[in-house]
Design a protein around this ligand. Structure first.
Ligand SMILES: [Zn+2]
Length: 157
């Protein structure tokens, strides 16, 4: 899946872990491990490619910024947790796609397969479903915002 889907899934996993454990340290360790592993599982779903580099950058950047803004509004600890969740859930791609340089400059940087397999996709989805997944990411992170905000324990700036 694309970066935004992995990232918001990571935020959702850390949010859920926090709501269940009410413990920030456990959330980083347990939730972090699950979020890291979730990348491999989500990559069984094969997204459709974006139509242009501009479309990719605008969708990915705006969902990332929207997510971080909402987490920030839920409090500084929620922001740190959200940023970590987004990052750790994308870490397999950060490594295998060379910090995304392999996507931006495919002629200069090769993909590696330390955390991916070449025939990993079991469920290819359409372009429309791919955009739907991006919309779902926005909904998911909004739920996380309300979940973390209502607990208010992370709301201390
Ligand atoms: Zn991946």
């Amino acid at each position: 899946m694309h970066c935004n889907t992995h990232g918001t899934a990571g935020i959702a996993i850390l949010t859920t872990t926090y709501l269940l454990t009410k413990n920030v340290k456990k959330t980083y360790i347990i939730g972090g491990l699950i979020a890291f592993g979730s990348h491999y599982v989500l990559d069984f779903i094969g997204e459709a490619g974006y139509q242009s580099m501009f479309q990719m950058l605008s969708i990915e950047t705006s969902i990332f910024l929207f997510s971080m803004l909402l987490m920030y509004k839920a409090g500084m600890k929620a922001f740190q947790l959200g940023f970590f969740g987004f990052f750790i859930a994308n870490l397999m791609d950060v490594i295998d796609k060379k910090a995304y340089l392999a996507i931006l400059f495919p002629k200069h940087y090769d993909f590696t397969y330390y955390f991916h397999s070449k025939d990993q996709v079991l469920f290819p989805i359409s372009y429309e479903a791919t955009l739907g997944a991006a919309l779902f990411s926005l909904v998911l992170v909004t739920f996380c915002y309300f979940g973390l905000k209502s607990k208010n324990k992370l709301g201390v700036r």
